[in-house]
Design a protein around this ligand. Structure first.
Ligand SMILES: C=C(O[C@@H]1C=C(C(=O)O)C=C[C@H]1O)C(=O)O
Length: 368
């Protein structure tokens, strides 16, 4: 039952007194940590290097998770320390992060999950604008979706990796729970369902069963759909619970995505002139895009160096090269960092058999 009068139970009061004392100790320790981060910031300024070190942050979290004695759940370690490091990093320099807005998008959730909440939010109207804003230096980092476990690749992001001068310094993934949102608390008389095309596709089965006759209207983001639904009671949107509270909407259909394990993976981008490639963290991934000339065995030959040097491939995706010749770009993720001799040799040999070869980035594997 909810507590309505002040607690009088002496055991509870004594425990709360202890918690208050621990909190004060924690605050003082956090401030000690923050002062050290400020000093690190000064050292970096003197040597002219960047504040954000994704490999160091990944190692801090990995190390603490490995040593966590409990009862704190290990899954709680990463989000807590991400926030602590975000606050410490903000004392070194502000981190400007571009992502597909408005407030309440999954991209925003991914950006906050990766960088913590002590960031300067740069909301963009499209994935193209995230790339442009980051290329132009109006943001230090960009966060873009790259693949969804139900719908596959986010083609626009992959295409822009080819043409924009950015590289990947990190990845993060999110469980994506889609909900049907409305101003009215009912499923009746919906004129159209507004959402990003990816979300409409992720909820295809549910929409066909529950709203078979209703128009599915693609819009620039799910949060934009939620904004429209907040202005017009006849509309519904598909978006996150965060978007529901952001725009004052009811969740009239919770968790309507066809796949209960629906996840989206995001890449963290930056400009190579403003940020170096992350150093090896011990658990790294390298992303490439390559093409080979169209001849028998070409794709097989391309993969031989990886096998010969024991480099494991975790992703292999193809996109049409738009040459009209049935040629393709292959997006490949391998495990490891080019600092490792086997990875460096495999990449060198792979490059020699490719017509096109671009390293999209090397970065620590997502730590939860
Ligand atoms: C303090 C540092 O700077 C930043 C903040 C970190 C932290 O709070 O632990 C870790 C890496 C950097 O992104 C550092 O490089 O050690």
């Amino acid at each position: 039952m909810a507590e309505t009068t002040p607690a009088t139970n002496p055991a509870l009061l004594a425990l709360r007194t202890q918690i208050d004392a621990v909190d004060r100790e924690l605050l003082s320790l956090l401030n000690r940590r923050a002062s050290l981060a400020q000093e690190v910031g000064e050292v970096k300024k003197k040597e002219g290097s960047v504040a954000f070190r994704p490999e160091r942050e990944a190692q801090v979290i990995d190390g603490l998770k490995a040593k966590n004695p409990g009862p704190l759940h290990s899954d709680s370690v990463a989000p807590i320390w991400r926030e602590i490091m975000s606050a410490c990093r903000a004392l070194e320099t502000p981190t400007r992060v571009a992502y597909l807005g408005p407030a309440g998008t999954f991209s925003e959730e991914a950006a906050l999950g990766f960088f913590g909440s002590s960031i300067v939010k740069v909301q963009c109207a499209s994935i193209d604008e995230v790339f442009r804003t980051t290329s132009a230096g109006a943001a230090d980092f960009g966060v873009v979706p790259v693949e969804n476990s139900t719908e596959g690749v986010v083609a626009r992001s992959l295409d822009l990796f080819l043409t924009e001068p950015l590289f990947i310094i990190g990845e993060t993934s999110l469980a994506v729970r889609q909900n049907l949102l409305r101003k009215e608390n009912s499923l009746a008389n919906v004129s159209a369902v507004c959402a990003h095309p990816q979300a409409l596709a992720q909820c295809h089965g549910w929409l066909s069963n529950h709203l078979p006759q209703v128009e599915r209207r693609p819009v620039s983001s799910n949060a934009e759909g939620a904004r429209l639904a907040s202005l017009d009671p006849s509309l519904a949107a598909i978006a996150s619970e965060r978007a529901a509270s952001e725009f004052g909407l009811h969740v009239v259909g919770p968790a309507i995505q066809d796949d209960p394990h629906n996840r989206t993976r995001f890449a963290i981008l930056t400009h190579p002139l403003r940020h170096p490639q992350p150093q090896a963290s011990g658990h790294d991934c390298t992303s490439l895009v390559v093409s080979v000339t169209n001849r028998p065995g070409a794709v097989h030959d391309m993969l031989v160096p990886l096998k010969q040097h024991g480099v494991s491939m975790t992703r292999f995706e193809s996109r049409p090269a738009r040459s009209g010749q049935w040629e393709y770009y292959f997006y490949i993720d391998i495990q490891g960092h080019p600092d490792q001799p086997a990875v460096a040799t495999a990449l060198k040999e792979l490059r020699s058999v490719c017509a096109f070869f671009k390293v999209l980035g090397t970065y620590p594997i997502d730590v939860h």
